[in-house]
Design a protein around this ligand. Structure first.
Ligand code: PEP
Length: 249
């Protein structure tokens, strides 16, 4: 079964609500591609205006983070029910920036993964090695650990619907894209790891993205790799270039 490609933008902490609406108006016609899942993962305050602006288009809206409790005294957090109430279908979990600046760990990512599935939200779970880890030759061990802990107690049926984004930290926002070979090698290893945790059928269904300075030039080769099912795109998702990335073929 051919996996459907998924190209997601990660806006990070960019775009005020009024800027967001303008960007969606600009990108709407450019990202029209019915063969690909197109997701805009946007700051929480932009979710509702982006949903409104994206109405009638193929754009799906995702969140950039979510808390693992249902509700209560967690000042500043966003609950899963708040997201589903307005129709959010995807959430980015464990982005390296959240791991680095906001004390996110694979254990908290796992709690969020379980909560997302419970609420029918598809997680885009990020993993990736630092430059030091790559140079030490421990990339695969590190990624396997992130995947194994992230998917703890996740059922095979849930895992099949998940998205994993392989994002080498040294390639995020640096303009340095991993080579297609490097990206494919790690994405294949992630799929192997999923087959070991679950089975071949689950590994064949789960979608694995590459992220890290993806642009209109690098996307076609990257997305043509056997184990790369699309991309998680930061900087270029805020520009018209995102349309070219979505229409990479
Ligand atoms: C990201 O934020 O997930 C990302 C990959 O950023 P960039 O494309 O800017 O490297």
């Amino acid at each position: 079964m051919a996996r459907r490609k998924i190209v997601a933008g990660n806006w990070k902490m960019n775009m005020t609500p009024s800027e967001a609406v303008k960007l969606v108006e600009t990108l709407k016609p450019l990202v029209a591609n019915e063969e690909v899942d197109v997701v805009f993962c946007v700051p929480a305050i932009d979710i509702i205006p982006v949903m409104e602006a994206a109405k009638g288009s193929n754009i799906q809206v995702g969140a950039e983070n979510m808390y693992f409790e249902e509700k209560g005294a967690y000042t500043g957090e966003i609950s899963p029910a708040m997201l589903t109430d307005v129709g959010v279908k995807y959430v980015v979990l464990g982005h390296s920036e959240r791991r680095e600046y906001f004390a996110e760990t694979s254990e908290t990512v796992n709690k969020k993964m379980l909560k997302a599935f419970e609420h029918g939200i598809t997680p885009i779970m990020c993993c990736g090695e630092s430059l030091e880890q790559r140079e030490q030759g421990i990339t695969m061990d590190w990624i396997r650990q992130q995947v194994k802990v992230g998917f703890l107690n996740v059922t095979a049926d849930q895992a099949k619907t998940a998205v994993i984004a392989y994002e080498p930290i040294w390639a995020i926002g640096t303009g340095k894209t991993a080579t297609t070979e490097q990206a494919q090698e790690v994405c294949a290893e992630i799929r192997k790891c999923i087959a070991e945790i679950y089975d071949d059928a689950t590994a064949a269904e789960i979608r694995i993205q590459y992220g890290g300075s993806v642009n209109a030039k690098t996307a076609p080769d990257l997305f043509a790799q056997a184990d790369i099912d699309g991309g998680l795109v930061g900087g270029a998702s805020l520009k018209e270039e995102f349309g070219k990335i979505v229409n990479y073929k």
